[in-house]
Design a protein around this ligand. Structure first.
Ligand code: ATP
Ligand code: MG
Length: 354
C-alpha cells in the first residue's frame, strides 16, 4: 500500500500507536466512531473505515459508535440528526462493516456509557482540557459565537466511549491522537485511584491505529471534514465527484510531484489516487509529470470513481430499506447496554458506591 509519513506524529507518541500487523486478533477489542454531522467522506474511508473493516475481517471484536451527543459540541442544534445517523449506518454497511460481527450503536442510546463521564471528568484538570490542540482547531472552525462546556469535555466523553467496552485499539485519523492521549490518561488515573481489591486494573490503556492516510486533505488543502465543505462523500455520484475534484486547490507549478511538505494540495490529490489504485504516490506523480493539474484531477477522479463504484452500488441498494438501518442500531444498542451496565457496576463497586 502507499505510504505517507505523518509529520506531526512524533517519537513520543510511539507507545500511543498500535503496532502493525495486529497479532492475535482474538485478544483485542476495537472501538471507533463518527459524529452524525453529515455523510462520510474519503478521509473517513482511508483514515479509519478501511482499517475497521480490515480488523473486523481478521476477527477482532468491533464496536462502532455514532457519536450523536457530540454533534452539539460545535453547533447549537443537531440538524437532521436521525437522517444523518441512518446515513452513517448506511455508509458503514456499504463499506463492509457487518452488523452480525460489529456492534453499531448511537451513544445516546446507552445511558450507562454516558454516566462514566462523571467520575472520568474528576480525573483531568481544566488546564489539560484547555490545551488540547484538536479542541482548539475545532473551536477555530466552529460556527458558534461562544464555546460551550461540552466542547471542552468531549475528549473525556470519548474516553467514556472507548473505555465503556474496554477497547484497547482505536482506528482513527491523526486529529484524534490528542483525544486518545486523554483516554489513556483517564484509564491510567482511574486504575491508580480505584484498583480492584486484588490490585488489578479496571481499564486497558487504549492505543490508536493510524492508517497510511492519517490526515487526508480536502479540496481546500485543509483536513477533509464533513463540516468544512471540502469533502468528497463516499456516496457522491461520479459527476459530483468529478465536479468537486475539478474545483480542488492546486499550485502554480506545472510539473506534478509528490512532496507533502512543500506541495500539500497537489500531494493530497496524488495520495488519493495512490490509495484508490494501491500504488506508490511517487509513481503516479511521475506518470502525470508535465500533464499539470488538469491531468492530475482527471486521474484522481477516475481512480476514485473506479474504486468506490461497487461500494456506491451497494449503498444505493441498502439505502432503500431505512427500517433495516434503524434495526441495526437497536440491536447494537441492546448489546452495548449490557456491556455498559456491567462496566458502570464495576466502576461503582471499585469506587465504593452502594
Ligand atoms: P466534523 O467536521 O463534523 O468534525 P469529520 O469529518 O472531522 O467531521 P469526525 O466524525 O469528526 O469527522 O471523525 C470521525 C473519524 O474519522 C475520526 O477517527 C477522524 O480522525 C477520522 N477522520 C476524519 N477526517 C479525516 C481525514 N480527513 N483524514 C483521516 N481521517 C479522518
Ligand atoms: Mg471531526
Amino acid at each position: 500500500m502507499a505510504t505517507v509519513t505523518a509529520t506531526t506524529v512524533t517519537a513520543t507518541t510511539s507507545d500511543l500507536l498500535a503496532p502493525e500487523p495486529i497479532d492475535d486478533p482474538g485478544a483485542h477489542r476495537v472501538l471507533t466512531g463518527d459524529r452524525p454531522t453529515g455523510p462520510l467522506h474519503l478521509g473517513h474511508y482511508f483514515g479509519t473505515l478501511h482499517n475497521r473493516v480490515r480488523l473486523q475481517d481478521q476477527g477482532v471484536e468491533m464496536f462502532v459508535l455514532v457519536a450523536d451527543y457530540q454533534v452539539i459540541t460545535d453547533r447549537d442544534l443537531a440538524d437532521r440528526l436521525a437522517e444523518h445517523t441512518e446515513n452513517l449506518v448506511l455508509d458503514y454497511l456499504a463499506a463492509g462493516l457487518d452488523p452480525e460481527r460489529a456492534t453499531i450503536f448511537a451513544h445516546s442510546a446507552v445511558p450507562a456509557l454516558n454516566q462514566l463521564l462523571l467520575p472520568f471528568l474528576s480525573l483531568v484538570s481544566v488546564a489539560e482540557l484547555s490545551r488540547n490542540p484538536t479542541v482548539k482547531d475545532e473551536i477555530a472552525h466552529s460556527s458558534q459565537a461562544a464555546v460551550n462546556g461540552l466542547m471542552f469535555t468531549y475528549p473525556v466523553h470519548q474516553a467514556a466511549d472507548i473505555l465503556f467496552c474496554k477497547a484497547d485499539l482505536v482506528p482513527v485519523g491523526q486529529d484524534q491522537l490528542p483525544h486518545l492521549e486523554v483516554a489513556r490518561t483517564v484509564a491510567r488515573r482511574f486504575n491508580e485511584r480505584y484498583p480492584h481489591a486484588d490490585g488489578s486494573a479496571v481499564f486497558p490503556r487504549p492505543r490508536a491505529l493510524l492508517s497510511e492516510a492519517p490526515m487526508l486533505l480536502g479540496t481546500d488543502g485543509g483536513k477533509m471534514s464533513k463540516s468544512r465543505g471540502n469533502a468528497v462523500a463516499l456516496g457522491a455520484t461520479e459527476d459530483e465527484t468529478a465536479r468537486i475534484i475539478r474545483g480542488a486547490k492546486t499550485d502554480t507549478e506545472r510539473r506534478i510531484s509528490y512532496d507533502p511538505e512543500n506541495r500539500p494540495e497537489v500531494s493530497g490529490l496524488v495520495l488519493l489516487a495512490a490509495l484508490c489504485q494501491d500504488r506508490a504516490p511517487g509513481a503516479i506523480a511521475e506518470e502525470i509529470g508535465d500533464g499539470g493539474a488538469a491531468a492530475l484531477k482527471r486521474t484522481v477522479t477516475e481512480a476514485v470513481n473506479e474504486y468506490f463504484r461497487p461500494m456506491r452500488a451497494r449503498r444505493a441498494e441498502l439505502g432503500a430499506d431505512r427500517g433495516h438501518l434503524r434495526q441495526v442500531l437497536r440491536d447494537g444498542a441492546e448489546r452495548a447496554n449490557v456491556i455498559a451496565d456491567a462496566t458502570l457496576a464495576e466502576v461503582r463497586q471499585v469506587m465504593g458506591a452502594i
